[in-house]
Design a protein around this ligand. Structure first.
Ligand SMILES: [Zn+2]
Length: 163
């Protein structure tokens, strides 16, 4: 009966059920139901909830490594953990990101570029401004010993403007 309930909750994942409530109901069954087959059904049902089941990842990894469990339970726990991790990765990548300076929406390309350079989310316009300031600051420190204080630095052409 619990096995059927766990299985039914997994199928409901596609029908717009309250995902957090379903995951909360399935998690204790997955962790400690006395019947391994019932745990297996709960594992498979949690897998169907994808990223919503991220809170179960730790337990699923533990089960996957636990050699005292049935082999099929370890295998299904490992498969569920991998699937949920991939779902989390996709959901994170698709999440709407805002520029941390001007708060406009940033595209995936803008986000990737700014993340790589600054580990921050910047739109291209703010990226260029921050990058210019950053380059100016780096050059200023190097040539500061020579008492040169340029008013502007143009990184594209590596030119200092002083006036
Ligand atoms: Zn911006």
């Amino acid at each position: 009966m619990r096995r059927l309930a766990a299985s039914a909750l997994g199928k409901l994942a596609w029908l717009g059920v309250d995902q957090a409530a379903a995951v909360a109901a399935l998690a204790p069954v997955m962790r400690r139901d006395p019947h391994p087959q019932t745990r297996q059904y709960a594992v498979k049902a949690l897998k169907a909830y994808g990223a919503a089941a991220w809170g179960c990842l730790h337990d699923l990894h533990d089960m996957a490594r636990n050699t005292s469990l049935a082999e099929y339970l370890q295998r299904d726990a490992a498969a569920a953990a991998a699937f949920i991790e991939e779902a989390v990765r996709i959901a994170t990548a698709a999440a709407v990101q805002h520029c941390q300076r001007c708060n406009v929406l940033v595209t995936a390309d803008e986000y990737a570029r700014a993340q790589q350079a600054f580990q921050r989310a910047f739109c291209d316009r703010c990226f260029d401004e921050v990058f210019l300031a950053y380059r100016y600051d780096a050059k200023f420190r190097i040539i500061g010993e020579c008492q040169i204080q340029p008013d502007f630095y143009l990184p594209e052409v590596d030119v200092y403007i002083e006036y």
